[in-house]
Ligand binder design. Structure first.
Ligand SMILES: *Cc1c(COP(=O)(O)O)cnc(C)c1O
Length: 382
């Protein structure tokens, strides 16, 4: 059997909507983007959505819109995709990494306060794998120190913290619609916010800094007129992307049910395997199940995580590692970051691997993966 790490869940409905976008002649940003922005924002309980070409663009513009720049510090987790930290660098600010809670692999809220300095401007929590960070604690800390919260919700479409959908909590939330994410537009992203002024600022920054207000202020000069108030970026979403997004959003509930079934099947099939730690879940929140990462209890095994990946690959099973901790990358090493400061992140990274996981994965596929994992483990018990 050959099982890829990920298989997209795209049907004829998406294809038809993309064709209709192309036939409408709106190839770039147009009416479908406007519809997707408002439907998506509503689905996460937020007032405003701004469609972008990636979550990375969202993280970048969110910080710029909040005035984050040189001399500022932004707190985040070392256990994330490098985009989270790179965007802090793009703003000229300094990423300050706070180690994770190994149970959830999210930023350890107990360690945030000691990382705050007079230069700290914001916290970027990342909801690892789709399980929410401790938002009550993080909000309380942010309020006390006057910090903004920008959520990296690349994994957290559909996630709820208690009863609150992710997208309705922080000052700005950044979603990813990258090919492998829970809801995809191929490439794409969106920010949601309750703050109209922030939404407008991000919209302008996403289109060269061109101000729409100019149209109304200088209506007499005609529809061709615009003004650039700052050097913006080219980060907008297109209607071809939005066409995919509109249909994917309608199918989200169905795709999430399929994800949950796969997660449950894995958890049942691997429950008796003492040498692996399964992903954390709790009834208090709603998990989006973006990933299914397992961890090896290495002191009970004679096989390393890397060898496990190789043996699974030989059995036709694709896996991945989420994530190589940001401070481990040469760019961050050269800036002086040291992994010794993030011992929990290091431990998790050494032992983690993500199993194949996607909506529509069959029971046979799940059992084949689970059986292969168990048979490798049974050959390598200490
Ligand atoms: C995928 C991902 C991003 C980047 O999303 P893009 O839409 O590809 O820019 C950011 N943060 C995390 C945690 C991710 O997994």
């Amino acid at each position: 059997m050959k099982i890829p790490f990920y298989r997209p869940y795209i049907g004829d409905e998406e294809i038809a909507e993309v064709i209709s976008a192309i036939q409408s002649n709106w190839l770039s940003k147009g009416p479908k983007t406007v519809v997707f922005e408002s439907e998506f924002a509503k689905s996460v309980g937020s007032e405003h959505g701004v469609g972008l070409n990636s979550c990375t663009a969202g993280l970048h513009l969110a910080q710029l819109a909040l005035g984050i720049g040189p001399g500022d510090e932004v707190i985040t987790t070392p256990y994330t995709f490098v985009a989270t930290a790179n965007t802090i660098i793009h703003c000229g600010a300094k990423p300050v990494f706070v180690d994770i809670d190994p149970k959830t692999c999210n930023i350890d809220a107990d360690l945030i306060e000691q990382a705050i300095t007079p230069r700290t401007k914001a916290i970027i929590p990342v909801h690892y794998g789709g399980y929410p960070c401790e938002m009550d604690r993080i909000q309380e800390i942010a309020q006390r120190y006057g910090l903004a919260i920008i959520e990296d919700a690349a994994h957290a479409v559909y996630t709820k913290y208690k009863d609150q959908p992710i997208g309705s909590i922080g000052n700005i939330t950044c979603f990813s619609f990258y090919a492998t994410k829970n809801l995809t537009t191929g490439e794409g992203g969106m920010i949601t916010t309750a703050d109209e002024e922030l939404a407008n600022r991000i919209r302008i920054l996403s289109l060269h800094g061109m101000s729409r207000n100019a149209w109304t202020r200088y209506a007499a000069k005609g529809a061709w007129y615009y003004e650039v108030e700052q050097a913006g970026f080219k980060y907008n979403m297109t209607d071809i992307q939005a066409a995919l997004g509109i249909i994917q959003l309608r199918k989200l509930e169905e795709m999430q049910m399929l994800r949950m079934q796969v997660a449950r099947a894995y958890s049942e099939a691997l429950a008796d395997c003492e040498e692996i730690i399964l992903p954390h879940d709790s009834h208090e929140h709603r998990h989006s199940w973006h990933l299914y990462p397992i961890r090896l209890e290495e002191d009970q095994l004679t096989i390393s995580r890397n060898e496990m990946i190789d043996q699974l690959s030989e059995a036709g099973i694709g896996t991945s590692v989420h994530f190589i901790p940001v401070p481990k990358h040469p760019f961050y090493q050269e800036k002086g970051y040291r992994m010794e400061e993030y011992p929990e992140t290091e431990k998790v990274f050494e032992s983690v691997l993500s199993l194949p996981f996607f909506p529509g994965m069959t029971k046979e596929e799940v059992y084949y993966v689970a059986d292969t994992v168990q048979s490798i483990i049974s050959k390598h018990r200490r």
